[in-house]
Design a protein around this ligand. Structure first.
Ligand code: G4P
Length: 290
């Protein structure tokens, strides 16, 4: 299979330049990745722009991901000498843990500055990440408002401001929006499965088969609980069986006498995206450890 994976070198360069311009103004980079795909939702192409600054990797949506796998991914990033943590940004005040961690990471630097006779000052941070990882949710909670001023677009918009969100904490009020990386088909699938790119970048029926096979192998109980579905991979028609079974269980009307495959796919993905299927992590650290 060769999906139409798009690549935007021009946009990527512009986004990099815009983030780079802000680097000298900040003390710490808060990089959000999605706990359901903590590797695929991170774009290492920005590493050279950010290098030299302390960086906190925050795995968001921990409430939607497998807890054990989230902990393994945190350990993985810590083993690469990053600071890492997970949060549920929808939970009341949990975002405060991110601020606390930033204070902890920068404590020594701030104390050193004061020892050199500099006036105490606020920590300044920027939030970066690919689409849909929770950047606006986090910034809006910090800024105590309903929506970010500007829309999502790669890089950092010119009209942005630095806002003070606590006595000792300042933040760029618009995030650095990174392009998702499309290095290979697995990464593209994972990004589609967490909703960070439009699913139609990949053929939906193929994404359905991939997701069903993954869940059948790794999370059979979730399929059982949600659809009373057992997958028998030894049956050549196992994928057709999943369509027929879900259509029956959910009373999806046949189309011209046949199972309405499109409606089954639509229902299945909507339940994956809203988390009603359960807590799923789409990639294991073995994908980076070989
Ligand atoms: P972005 O700026 O990085 O593009 O992401 P944004 O904040 O818009 O978040 C994308 C979606 O993810 C939002 O849902 C948001 O509520 C949800 N979200 C962010 N962090 C978490 C988290 O830790 N846990 C869970 N469960 N969801 C999270 P939405 O449906 O698009 O909007 P809304 O109806 O929730 O406002």
């Amino acid at each position: 299979m060769s999906p139409q994976i798009q690549w935007f070198p021009g946009h990527m360069a512009k986004a990099k330049r815009e983030i780079q311009e802000r680097m000298k103004l900040i003390d710490i980079v808060i990089e959000l990745v999605d706990a359901r795909a903590p590797f695929s939702s991170k774009n290492p192409m920005f590493d050279d722009v950010i290098k030299g600054k302390p960086r906190l990797i925050v795995l968001t949506k921990k409430d939607m991901a497998n807890e054990q796998k989230t902990n393994q991914w945190i350990q993985y990033y810590e083993s690469l000498n990053y600071q890492a943590m997970s949060v549920n940004l929808k939970k009341f005040n949990e975002y405060q843990k991110i601020i606390e961690k930033c204070r902890y990471i920068l404590k020594e630097k701030m104390l050193k500055e004061q020892a050199r006779g500099l006036k105490p000052r606020a920590i300044r941070a920027i939030v970066i990440g690919i689409p849909n990882v929770g950047k606006s949710t986090f910034i809006n909670k910090l800024a105590n408002r309903k929506a970010t001023i500007t829309g999502n677009r790669p890089g950092v918009t010119k009209s942005q401001q630095i806002i003070r969100v606590a006595k000792d904490f300042e933040l760029f009020d618009t995030p650095g929006v990174l392009w998702p990386k499309f290095e290979n088909i697995d990464i593209a699938r994972n990004i589609a499965l967490i909703g960070s790119i439009k699913q139609d970048i990949l053929p939906l029926d193929e994404l359905y088969i991939y997701a069903m096979q993954f869940l059948g192998e790794n999370y059979p109980l979730l399929l059982k609980n949600r659809y009373q579905l057992d997958i028998h991979f030894e049956d050549d028609n196992w994928i057709l069986h999943t369509f027929d079974h879900i259509a029956k269980i959910r009373k999806i009307k046949p189309l011209h006498g046949e199972t309405d495959y499109d409606r089954v796919i639509e229902l299945f993905f909507s339940e994956i995206y809203d988390g009603s299927l359960g807590r799923i992590t789409w990639e294991d650290i073995s994908c980076v450890k070989g």
